[in-house]
Design a protein around this ligand. Structure first.
Ligand code: MCN
Length: 779
């Protein structure tokens, strides 16, 4: 029997619609009388905006309106601070959020200046080119460290500085730790910018129904409910007058949580103002300039160790590039700061960062959301220390893993949830041994030697990480057994390919003992479910999945109560069986869920007067802390030192995301994350010139890994149950990309030990690796 319950891998409920081309994406929304939008965007990285001349554009046939900042009136206001910073002692935090359309200053290439609405996208694009922007270029602040020098041009004159934040967090006493150290290593690391590069660009369609006075917005957002709430507030409407639908979305990877993008507030506004539906679909070049990005950090990190390789303390000073605005507060650098500690017992930690405004596109979380930077720095420090101490990379890790009996474990630095960093559970050391077994602990070095004898250079990287997943505040779910006998589940999440339609159905199917195919899940429609936050931080399974479990459990109790009344028994005498309630002692006395749903009202006598009719319940789940997922990644590469071509021969993941709901979905998430991580490690880098111009804003120049570059991931799952939620779940959506850069660096060094490379930057693009190899001398 395979009923697709928790822990099994039934076919995905959503695949039929996706594979037959019947899934609705925002660009599939075509409405009568719809106008099309093209944006006029800044060509300047930094400039004073003197004026915008729209007259020529307005004369073009088919142009209906050209909107500039002045025309927005009170609607022209900066976006909100979306995530407040944790109350760290001595915190400096300067907020600067983007406005819908630039009025007086341009702060990055691609910033929106005017919105053109026309009868077709072609006309809108041509008219956008007619708009004359009168701007006076300013000096730019592009270099992350130089942007804080006294003579650097300042992006936000009201702040008088490019310092977006200064945060110092300490656990233990690093100064004391270093006194007793027998080895201290100190290095600079650089992790450069990348894009999220989702397959589907952003898109918004809005329709104002003047008769019903209702606004419907189709949006590629990861967070439909906060968008609904914000639009209602800004437009002076009731929340119930605004419906936001995030239909199928072709990948989000973080930037689509960003609320509010200018386009997201302008398109609905225009639909109401002009009384016509309005559509905007981002093109790929806009995506490179105007969709948020991530990853530029510079770390100066120091590790103090004992002679036997035990970490005594770590001190890290880092600079985080937040781009032109910082609507997400400290989310990304706090993740870097907290994730650096990894699965290790670090008695003393001093971490200090400066977030810096630069004339580059705004930074918000992208898959991993700063965690990969912390992991890269920690794992690199361990590798360098191991080399100095004559230990293997594995041995230094073994000596420092937190033991399995220390949980829950706390570090005295504040995490996003304003509480000290909390590890709920974990079992780290066995994951390393499991990964070594898969690589072939007894055969790999011999294979490496044999390859070298043939002039081939293979190497292995093996690294660890932990990831805080499943953070609150909360999500909800409503579970309804319909009179058809089928089950409907509504949650407030948006979904971008993670398989929620199936995974949540499995949870509910398990509790109610029905087929997973009989459970219909809806996500991303505020009309279906109106309370919640969204899909990010690998929290869907833990938070929304647990809410599904809670509400299904309430419905289960009701089904048993109503069934027992209808069958003339007591609750103790009945059980659920494949979509029916039956008397345990006499299974012939049974009633199906559909019939029962019809009975479940006081008129039929199946529910006691005063009890709500229907087989339906809504429940919410908000965990006290996030759940700590963890894992080990091992990568085997072959490097050609003459051409710098790197082939990834094997990729092994031993992963622990607590109890698995659906192993195939989890495997897909890990495989996708690894592909993302390989891109981050080797290919994907946004190159800005000294003037703040993005030089590679197309897929011809911005390299993504192809199917040929990503091996099939060999995977083993470990399931350390999280104690913080009913199913023991931890998240998995980002994990695959978090340690990839660290594994890649170690593997390349291991392949070429005679060159004594020390890789301290990511991405290590093919051309950059070539330079490093040239500098290292002959192979
Ligand atoms: N899952 C499971 N068992 C677990 C944990 C998770 O079966 N123990 C399943 C979940 O039920 C869900 C999937 O794995 O179907 C991912 O769950 P989770 O880790 O909770 O992540 P979220 O649902 O919160 O998704 C967000 C996460 C993030 S933060 C990014 S970024 C990312 C990712 O998911 N973006 C993605 N994976 C993505 N996958 C696709 N296809 N597209 C994206 O944009």
């Amino acid at each position: 029997m395979n009923r697709g319950h928790v822990g099994q891998s039934p076919p995905r409920n959503e695949d039929h619609r996706l594979l037959t081309g019947n899934a609705l994406f925002v660009d599939d929304v075509h409405l009568e009388g719809m106008l099309h939008v093209a944006f006029v965007r800044s060509d300047y990285a930094h400039a004073i905006l003197h004026g915008v001349d729209t007259s020529a554009a307005l004369e073009r046939p088919g142009v209906v309106a050209v909107i500039t900042a002045e025309m927005l009136g009170d609607y022209w206001q900066p976006g909100p601070l979306l995530v407040p910073p944790p109350p760290v002692e001595g915190l400096i935090f300067n907020q600067a959020s983007q406005v819908p359309l630039a009025k007086d200053r341009l702060r990055h290439v691609g910033e929106a200046i005017a919105m053109v609405l026309a009868e077709s996208r072609y006309i809108a694009e041509d008219a956008a080119a007619d708009v004359i922007v009168d701007a006076e270029p300013l000096e730019v602040a592009v270099d992350l460290e130089a942007a804080l020098l006294p003579d650097a041009p300042v992006l936000h004159p009201q702040l008088g500085t490019n310092l977006a934040a200064h945060v110092v967090q300490k656990h233990g006493d690093y100064d004391k730790a270093i006194e007793g150290a027998e080895l201290v290593i100190n290095r600079r690391f650089h992790y450069d910018r990348g894009a999220a590069a989702a397959m589907e660009n952003r898109a918004v369609v809005a329709r104002w129904d003047v008769r019903a006075e209702e606004l419907t917005v189709w949006d590629t957002t990861q967070a439909p409910i906060p968008i609904r709430n914000g639009l209602a507030r800004m437009l002076g409407l009731l929340e119930s007058q605004v419906r936001v639908v995030a239909p199928f979305v072709g990948g989000g990877f973080g930037p689509k949580i960003m609320m509010f993008y200018p386009e997201e507030v302008l398109v609905p506004w225009a639909a109401i103002r002009l009384g016509r539906p309005v559509k905007w679909v981002e093109d790929r070049q806009e995506n490179f300039f105007a969709t948020t990005q991530e990853r530029s950090q510079i770390h100066h990190a120091e590790m103090a160790l004992s002679r036997d390789g035990r970490i005594l303390g770590i001190r890290d000073f880092f600079w985080h590039d937040t781009g032109a605005y910082d609507p997400y507060g400290l989310t990304v650098p706090i993740n870097s700061q907290c994730t650096l500690l990894g699965p290790y017992d670090v008695p003393a930690y001093h971490s200090e960062f400066r977030a810096v405004f630069t004339n580059r596109t705004t930074v918000t979380p992208v898959r991993g959301a700063g965690r990969q930077h912390g992991v890269f720095v920690m794992e690199r420090l361990l590798d360098i220390a191991a080399r100095e101490l004559g230990l293997s990379p594995q041995e230094i890790r073994r000596r420092n893993y937190l033991r399995s009996d220390v949980f829950p474990h706390t570090f005295q630095i504040l995490f996003q949830d304003f509480a000290p960093l909390y590890y709920d559970s974990g079992n780290y050391a066995p994951a390393l041994e499991a990964a070594l077994d898969i690589v072939g602990r007894h055969t790999f070095r011999a294979e490496q030697e044999a390859a070298r004898a043939e002039g081939r250079f293979i190497g292995m990287g093996i690294v660890s990480y932990v990831e805080g997943t499943g953070i609150g505040p909360y999500e909800g779910a409503r579970v309804t057994i319909e009179p058809s006998g089928r089950v409907r589940v509504a949650t407030g999440l948006g979904t971008q390919g993670q398989g929620h339609y199936t995974a949540f159905a499995q949870i509910v199917a398990e509790v109610l003992d029905v087929n997973v195919g009989d459970v219909n899940v809806v996500t991303g429609d505020t009309r279906e479910f109106g309370w919640g936050t969204g899909t990010f931080a690998s929290r869907g399974a833990v938070v929304a999945g647990s809410a599904c479990h809670e509400s299904a459990t309430i419905v289960r109790r009701k089904v048993l109560e109503v069934g027992a009344r209808v069958l003339g028994s007591t609750v103790d005498e009945v059980e659920l069986h494949h979509g029916t309630v039956r008397v345990t002692a006499d299974p012939s006395r049974a009633i199906g869920f559909g019939q029962l749903a019809g009975h479940a009202n006081p008129l039929r006598g199946a529910v006691i007067p005063g009890t709500e009719p229907g087989l339906e319940a809504t429940a919410y789940f908000g965990p006290d802390h996030g759940s700590t997922a963890s894992g080990v990644h091992a990568m085997v590469v072959e490097v050609d030192p003459e051409t710098a071509i790197v082939r990834i021969d094997r990729y092994i993941v031993v992963h622990d995301c607590g109890k698995l709901i659906n192993p195939v979905i989890v495997a897909g998430q890990v495989q996708g994350g690894v592909a993302h991580g390989i891109g981050n490690a080797f290919y994907e880098q946004l190159i800005y010139d000294e003037g703040g111009q993005l030089l590679n804003a197309s897929f011809a120049d911005y390299l993504l890994p192809t199917a040929l570059d990503v091996p099939r991931v060999e995977m083993a799952h470990r399931e350390t149950a999280a104690p913080l939620n009913p199913l023991g779940l931890k998240g998995v959506g980002e994990a695959g990309c978090i340690p990839t850069g660290a594994a890649f660096a170690q593997a390349i060094e291991d392949a070429l030990p005679h060159l004594a490379l020390e890789i301290r930057e990511i991405p290590l693009s093919p051309s950059r690796l070539f330079e490093l190899l040239q500098a290292a001398g002959p192979a």
